[in-house]
Structure formats: C-alpha cells, structure tokens
Design a protein around this ligand. Structure first.
Ligand code: DC
Length: 390
C-alpha cells in the first residue's frame, strides 16, 4: 500500500466524528484532518459580518489563513494555521455556530475546499467534515457517514461540555444541535448528506469502540481487497469467478443422485443490512463465513441429528439474496449426494447454521434479529419421489 489514500468521514454535529476519525487515523497510522476546525477558525476570526463582505475582500481575508498539518508527539496530527496550532478557543458552542454560518458563503467554502484538497495531496489521511465524501474527496477509498438521533448527540455533547468544566444546559445544547442540523443539511451549497457510495453507520446505540471496529473492518475490506487482487494467483480453483467460495460437485456421474434445498430468512434492521451489504460489520465478511458454516453443517449433520446416516456429501452450497423489504437475508442451501438416503436434513441443517452464523456475525450491532421460515423447498431422488414447496 504505497500510494496515498483518503478516507472520508462526514456527519452531523455531535455524532462523535472527531474522536472516531482521530482514532481511526491513529489505528491506520495516517494523518487526521479536522475540516470543521478550519471553518471554526474562520468563523471566529471573521465573525457573522463575513456575510456582508464583498466577494473579493472575503477571498483576500481567507487567503491570509494558511493551514498546514504537523506531526505532534506520540504520532498525533496537529492542524496549524499560519504555522501555529489551532487552539482550544475554537471548541466553544459559539465558534460552532459561527462556523456553520460562514460555511454557507460560497467564496469561503471554495477557498477552504481547495486548501483541504492540497492538504490531502500525496498524504494518506482520514478527512472529517460535512462534504468530504460528496465534494472535497470524491475519489476517497472509503467513505463513511455517521449519524445518530439528535437527543443522543445532544446528550454526548452535554456530557462533553460538563467534563470540560463548562456550564451547560441540556435543552440549549439540543436546540443548538437541531438548529445546526437544519443549517448544515438545508444550505444550498454542499449540504450535509451522505455520498451515494458512503457506508452509513448509525452510532445511536453503539459505544465508540464498537463503531471503531465497524470502521476499521470496513477500511480493511476496502484496502485489503484491492491488495489481494494484485497478489492472487491466476486460476485459483477454490474461488469462483465472482470471488465467492464454492464446493466442487464430484458426484454428477453417479446414478442414485439426490438433491435437497432448504431456505431460511434472517430479518434485521435496515442499518444492520446496510452494514452487511457494505462488508462493514465488526466480525468481517458475514456471507462468506455463513457460507462456509452452512457447508460444514451439511457435512456434519449425521453427528447432530440422532437417526441420520453419515453421508459422503458430493456438493453443498449456500446462496444468499439480500432483500430491502423487509430488510432481510434470504438464504437457500443446496446439498447433493449419491447414496441410499436423502439429504433433506443436511439441507435444513445447512440453512439453519448459516442463518445462525449471520446472527453471530452481526449480533454486536443488533440483538433482536429474527430467524424465520426455515423449511425444505425442494428434494429429488429416492423412493418418495420429488417434492417442491408451494
Ligand atoms: O464538525 P464541526 O462541528 O467542528 O463543524 C463546525 C461547522 O463547520 C459545521 O456546523 C458546518 C461547518 N463545516 C462545513 O460546512 N463543512 C465541513 N467540511 C466541516 C464543517
């Protein structure tokens, strides 16, 4: 991974972006760019009157703020303005409000966006803000959009202010958050919204460690896959063309061929499904692991179901279909054997274990997923003939 890459993290005020972006950058050993700090610096320095300045004058004033990134002690990254670290004075609610106000000015935005792109040139970084994925770094290797319910964000910000020894009133903080949301999401220019290819993470019910695991896993999936593409040997036979795992059918030529297929549905929330679809769940590639688990279950069914015969399974596979309505994964197992007994139980076990594996892989983000509709949908071969579910 010698080429520089950018990871973007956008989201509303108080969602925990700064902490997570900083931790993610530290874990990956790359720079961290807090673009909100740039808007705060200009907001504080220019004040609300910036809106009344003629364009050229505003451009001239913006040009006086030269931003740079410097490596601090312990590998942290410090944002500097005119060679001096940006200070704590920008961390007040007033500075946040002013930042949000000046962020609506086209000249100021374009000057800061140019500066941000320059900071990202040739440097790997996690860039945090409102328009990182949509505008400033459209080609980022991974884009995240963090969100959380306004009450949760207000609670976090409220506690943060108290911890810093500042006076705070919860309702004021909540109103402030709601107002900032309206301003940031509703403005005409580069409004806060997820990039179409962003990974959406709802942090309302997750602690920062759990969110960080989701982010790290997703970044590794994005960067690792590209790396693997270069390294993979051509003609690697246990990978299908699309990269999924497949067991080779060795029984096609035998006469007493039996096939069974079973289905199960795992219902989950839309946000869990989104993480699964984007390969961003904390334990890794859910469907690949569920597939292997299902195949193993088919082969070991005789050990678990008391009156089942041991069978030499010729082929076992699990196929998945991701459905948005209701948010769920439909999975179907298929097991084939050449033998004297059917493979319905193998197919049913494969579907159930694959479904339970999906639950296991995703339970860190959702505990109330429902596994349902486990049933045999097809069987062929044997004395009782063929069966196909309605
Ligand atoms: O992330 P923050 O709270 O420090 O940001 C302060 C304000 O700056 C935010 O309300 C909107 C603005 N901002 C922006 O418009 N674009 C960015 N990339 C970052 C911040």
């Amino acid at each position: 991974m010698s080429k520089a890459f950018v990871i973007t993290m956008d989201g509303p005020a108080g969602v925990g972006k700064s902490t997570l972006a900083r931790r993610l950058a530290a874990e990956l050993g790359i720079a961290y760019l807090d673009t909100g700090a740039m808007y705060r610096t200009l907001g504080l320095a220019l004040g609300a009157e910036a809106a009344d300045l003629p364009e050229e004058e505003l451009r001239r004033r913006c040009a006086a703020f030269a931003f740079s990134l410097r490596r601090g002690e312990g590998g942290s990254w410090i944002l500097c303005c005119c060679g001096r670290p940006v200070g704590e004075e920008i961390r007040t609610e007033r500075a946040g409000r002013l930042a949000s106000l000046v962020a609506r000015l086209p000249v100021l935005r374009s000057e800061l966006q140019k500066a941000q792109q320059e900071l990202g040139e040739g440097v790997s970084l996690v860039a945090e803000g409102r328009d990182m994925g949509t505008k400033v770094f459209p080609g980022a290797r991974r884009k995240f959009f963090l969100d959380a319910r306004p009450e949760v964000r207000a609670e976090r910000r409220f506690r943060e202010l108290l911890a810093r020894g500042l006076e705070a009133d919860f309702n004021t903080v909540l109103n402030d958050i709601v107002q900032r949301d309206e301003q940031d999401r509703g403005r005409a220019l580069d409004p806060l919204r997820p990039a179409p290819d962003a990974v959406l993470v709802d942090t309302s019910d997750l602690d920062p460690d759990a969110v960080l695991r989701v982010l790290l896993n997703s970044v590794h999936a994005a960067l690792g896959r590209d790396g693997l593409r270069h390294e993979a040997e051509p003609g690697f036979t246990h990978l299908a063309e699309d990269g999924s795992l497949r067991m080779v059918d060795v029984g096609g030529k035998l006469e007493t061929r039996r096939v069974a297929r079973a289905r199960a549905v795992v219902e989950m929330s839309a946000s869990t499904l989104d993480l699964l679809r984007r390969d961003a769940l904390p334990k890794g590639d859910v469907l690949a692991v569920a597939k292997v688990a299902g195949i193993m279950a088919a082969k070991r069914t005789w050990e678990l179901i008391p009156l089942c015969h041991p069978l030499a399974v010729n082929y076992a596979d699990i196929r998945f279909e991701i459905r948005d309505e209701p948010p769920s994964v439909l999975l179907e197992s298929e097991v084939r054997v050449s033998g004297r007994t059917g493979v319905e139980m193998e197919a049913l076990m494969a579907a159930q274990v694959a479904a339970a594996t999906i639950y296991d892989m995703a339970k860190a983000v959702q505990k109330d997923m429902v596994i349902r509709d486990v049933r045999l949908v097809y069987k062929s071969g044997g004395k009782s003939g063929d069966f196909r579910a309605e």
